[in-house]
Design a protein around this ligand. Structure first.
Ligand SMILES: Nc1nc2c(c(=O)[nH]1)N[C@H]1C(S)=C(S)[C@@H](COP(=O)(O)O)O[C@H]1N2
Ligand SMILES: [Mo]
Length: 257
């Protein structure tokens, strides 16, 4: 597991902003608008330790990419590749920070998805209500930082569709998820609104098995596996970055693919 080390006392936002003045336009605008985070820098460069000088050097490197490549890297609407049924990995692996027999066991009859934060309608949602949302399907690759990947078939509702239905303020910066066993995760709003970001209720057209996050997993094929929370019980639309289980232990927040 790679640890991102941040020099104490360095204001991340200022550091990035300062260093970005070195970049030519339109690169600078694009960079500051969509990926101006240390996470993005570490992701783009593979460099773990970042202070003022390294940030400048890294941004010099980044700005020497051609604009097309950068637009692709920074674009939050880039689609993840999809695959035919024949490519599905069988069996799809289980992964968590505990063993499979310790995975949460959720009673679907009493389950409710709690909604909070910057939304008009905070009414909790039962599974029956959630299952009535228009269904979308994807066969995409899940990539885990621990060195494995697998292709799976996922069905559920578009998260953007759900956010719209609950009257979420999509100008807010983040969506935060809480899971039954205490796992948490924060994603940025552009990722939440990405067309392939799914509130997943089914695996291979069957109700999501316990191993893969029953009753809800958030499937984000444009992000690493740990940014895909399982056993989701609560969701908050917020302007505060509350981090996440692995992010808080030094994992790269951006973790895009
Ligand atoms: N609630 C919860 N979600 C989680 C995790 C976890 O431990 N708890 N692990 C993450 C990691 S690191 C991975 S790789 C995927 C694994 O999902 P899978 O078991 O469906 O393969 O779930 C992610 N979401
Ligand atoms: Mo993972």
């Amino acid at each position: 597991m790679r640890n991102r080390k941040i020099i104490p006392g360095v204001d991340q936002k200022l550091l990035i902003k300062d260093a970005a003045t070195l970049m030519p336009e339109p690169t600078r605008r694009m960079f500051l608008r969509s990926a101006a985070t240390l996470g993005a820098l570490t992701f783009l460069t593979g460099c773990d330790i970042i202070d003022g000088d390294t940030a400048e050097n890294l941004l010099r490197k980044v700005s020497s990419f051609n604009d097309g490549a950068q637009a692709l890297l920074f674009s939050r609407t880039k689609l993840a590749p999809t695959f035919p049924e024949s490519a599905i990995t069988k069996p799809f692996p289980f992964n968590a920070y505990y063993d499979e027999d310790e995975a949460p066991e959720i009673d679907g009859k009493t389950y409710k998805l709690e909604i909070s934060g910057l939304v008009e309608n905070k009414k909790p949602w039962t599974l029956d209500e959630l299952y009535k949302l228009p269904e979308v399907s994807q066969i995409t690759r899940h990539v885990c930082v621990e060195g494995w990947s697998a292709i799976g078939s996922w069905q559920g509702a578009r998260l953007s569709d759900f956010l719209q239905r609950i009257g979420a303020d999509t100008r807010a910066k983040y969506v935060w998820f809480k899971c039954a066993e205490g796992y948490t995760n924060t994603i940025d709003m552009p990722t939440a609104l990405h067309p392939q970001t799914q509130m997943t209720f089914k695996y291979h057209n069957r109700i999501l098995p316990r191993a893969y996050g029953y009753p809800i997993k958030i499937r984000i094929p444009t992000k690493l596996g740990f940014k895909n929370p399982k056993y989701v019980v609560a969701m908050e639309v917020t302007n505060t970055d509350k981090g996440g289980y692995w992010e808080n232990q030094g994992y790269n927040w951006f973790s895009g693919l």
